[in-house]
Write a protein that binds this ligand. Structure first.
Ligand code: TK8
Length: 347
């Protein structure tokens, strides 16, 4: 009699355990491969695609966004995909427009393929420091630039930071604009960047960020330019010997979402997402500035670093002066003037 009872209890426990594990295999398989934007149950999946890897301050910001959203609501499941594993900047923006991706935080530079006016941010030697960048982006001008995204089926929620760009190459130390002569430099897919490097005497080659490391490793290009945190976290010091403190342009990151999806959210959901994008952006900028200093120190140990003198910087600036003037044809005087005025106001 006693044995019969214990057998029944064991069977009962077994049934309980099986139920807790979710039963059949088929269900488990589905959650693991959840690539679409419908998460299990009523949750909406928000996949974020970024081009840099998981050591970069942009990734830290994206994780902070996930935490902020998920601690306030169960409506969303945020997943961060780094290293361009979903797509590079430009393709990710196209995916947002097609509704096959929810969020991406690209550099503003590839955005010129959608909105030419975004080229103002590519005008070299215009923003002098991070404080001015913050004022320009967080003020009326930045808001208007975000509003322009709507016509493209995008919602821009916040400005994050990629940062001041600096040149690396594997051919020779670059200390003056003359040293750039004939150097094959990868640029982003952006006419102003290409024009600027041509004007400085280099050979610009536009390329997606995801192809860059291999191109340097194989020697198809001599150099590239990116902010210190990107150079360091992407291990470019393994394939590049020389680093120059050119600080030639400030590149913002812009937090983008698929507008159609956004329009379907309740006001409360929109507020949670927008505030999280802003707060995570603050954190991203703060971390980016700390990491930029640390990265420069590490890079100086592994590479030959050239500081550019004030006089030489002036020559760099002079050589790109025509690029700023020519950009007016594509961008229009209005946005160029407003951008330059905004900077001057806060300088
Ligand atoms: C990362 C890019 C990158 C950018 C570039 O997705 O392409 O060089 O500076 O950091 O946005």
């Amino acid at each position: 009699m006693k044995r019969k009872w214990s057998f029944m209890i064991m069977v009962f426990i077994l049934i309980l355990v099986m139920a807790a594990c979710g039963g059949g295999d088929d269900e488990g398989g589905e959650t693991e491969g959840s690539e679409g934007n419908e998460a299990s149950g009523d949750q909406q999946n928000l996949r974020i695609s970024i081009g840099v890897n998981d050591s970069h301050p942009e990734y830290e910001g994206a994780v902070r966004f996930k935490e902020l959203v998920e601690e306030q609501t169960d409506d969303f499941n945020v997943e961060v995909y780094h290293s361009g594993q979903i797509a590079d900047d430009r393709a990710a923006v196209e995916m947002l427009q097609l509704g096959t991706l929810e969020i991406t935080i690209p550099s503003t530079s590839p955005m010129v393929n959608f909105i030419p006016e975004y080229g103002v941010f590519d005008l070299p030697f215009t923003i002098p420091n991070e404080e001015v960048a913050d004022q320009v982006l967080d003020g009326e001008f930045g808001d208007e630039m975000l509003d322009m995204l709507e016509d493209q089926g995008l919602v821009g929620l916040a400005w994050w930071e990629n940062g001041f760009r600096n040149l690396t190459n594997d051919t020779r130390p670059v200390e003056s604009v003359d040293d750039l002569n004939g150097l094959n430099v990868r640029t982003m897919e952006n006419d102003i960047h290409m024009d600027a490097w041509s004007a400085m005497g280099a050979n610009p080659t536009p390329m997606a960020f995801t192809e860059l490391f291999t191109a340097m490793q194989q020697g198809t290009i001599d150099g590239q330019e990116n902010p210190y945190p990107t150079i360091e976290t992407s291990n470019y010091d393994e394939v590049q010997q020389y680093l120059s403190g050119t600080n030639h342009v400030y590149t913002p990151f812009v937090f983008l979402m698929d507008k159609e999806l956004w329009d379907g959210f309740t006001e409360e959901q929109q507020t949670i997402i927008e505030e999280a994008a802003l707060e995570a952006g603050e954190y991203n900028r703060e971390r980016n500035r700390e990491v930029a200093e640390e990265s420069l120190e590490t890079l100086q140990e592994n590479m030959e670093y050239s500081e550019i003198s004030e006089e030489e910087l002036e020559r760099f600036r002079e050589s790109v002066e025509p690029v700023i003037e020519n950009s007016r044809t594509d961008l229009g005087d209005e946005v160029v003037d407003r951008y330059l005025e905004e900077i001057e106001k806060h300088e």
